[in-house]
Design a protein around this ligand. Structure first.
Ligand SMILES: O=C(O)c1cc(C(=O)O)oc(=O)c1
Length: 302
């Protein structure tokens, strides 16, 4: 099938810099996606955007260029609950990729087992209204209870302003819960202001909650952008990510978010995004946990 990209769509950055920061051996890019290719893996009818293609081979080339060992491929909303493209990436990764799927309550036990055998270790629940239609909470809770015996976790994506309303639901989830992109804080507010304090409290009170300290390019208001060799990109996000890494060193993950869906302003150079990591995990010990130990435990623990 032929697809026309959403107007204004920014394609991923070709030819990223070799990072100056040398990733530790066994490092995992724990949040990235594949898009299609649309001609092979059609985008979902219910999608809210139509991206450029971003294939598994292009993802694996990026992995090698940046110096990562492995990937966690998260089902992108443009593929809805059709996990075929993501699973195809896992199956062609030679054990170097795990996945997070989107499933509906109609999924059978056999289908769940097939996803598990391919390398899926979690499901994603999305509450960002511009990306997905609403799914009833009882359906999500039912799914969470069904994936728990497989040893999977739940990945949640939401905006910081919605945390109060979603709190009761999140805290009822029976599995490990991984928050995408630090719950999307408004980084123009103080790092010790009420909004981010609520997120810290969420993690403090619930030891099953982890966070990805990813997507500075989405959260930053002031920049500077990770382009043209910039070594001090997204300065306004650093205090937020650093606080989470230093307070919860054993419950944090990092990912590129390649191919960076729905960016409006600029497309980062993924090599320079890797150079952002030492600003938020400032010691070799914190880097080892963030990039190797935590993702390996969560995704390759079995
Ligand atoms: O903020 C976004 O637009 C976004 C979208 C998706 C997706 O469409 O799956 O995933 C992300 O991690 C972030």
């Amino acid at each position: 099938m032929e697809f026309t990209k959403t107007p204004g769509w920014l394609d991923w950055y070709a030819g990223p810099a070799k990072p100056r920061f040398k990733l530790p051996a066994g490092a995992v890019d724990a949040h990235c996606h594949v898009f299609g290719p649309g001609a092979e893996f059609a985008f979902a009818v219910e999608r809210k955007y139509t991206p450029c293609d971003a294939s598994k081979d292009q993802l694996f080339a990026l992995r090698d260029q940046l110096g990562f060992d492995k990937n966690v491929v998260v089902q992108a909303t443009c593929h809805g609950a059709d996990n075929t493209a993501m699973v195809d990436a896992l199956l062609h990764s030679q054990g170097k990729a795990r996945g997070v799927a989107t499933v509906k309550r109609s999924i059978t036990d056999q289908e769940l087992q097939t996803l598990h055998d391919a390398g899926v270790r979690g499901v994603r629940f999305n509450f960002v209204k511009r990306l997905v239609d609403f799914t009833p909470k009882d359906e999500l809770l039912e799914i969470a209870n069904r994936i728990k015996p497989l040893g999977w976790h739940v990945v949640i994506y939401f905006e910081a302003v919605d945390l109060p309303e979603l709190w009761d639901f999140f805290t009822r989830l029976p599995t490990t819960v991984v928050v995408d992109h630090m719950g999307r804080p408004d980084v123009s507010q103080p790092v010790d202001g009420p909004e981010f304090e609520l997120f810290v409290k969420f993690m403090q009170q619930h030891p099953n909650v982890w966070s990805k300290v990813s997507c500075p390019e989405r959260l930053s208001v002031t920049g500077p952008k990770a382009r043209n060799g910039e070594q001090n990109a997204y300065a306004d996000v650093i205090p937020f990510a650093r606080r989470i890494v230093e307070t919860f060193p054993d419950r944090v993950l990092w990912g590129t978010d390649w191919p960076h869906p729905n960016l409006k302003d600029h497309m980062p150079d993924d090599g320079l995004l890797v150079d952002f990591i030492p600003h938020i995990a400032s010691t070799p010990e914190l880097q080892q946990k963030l990039l190797v130990d935590n993702p390996t435990r969560l995704y390759w623990g079995d």
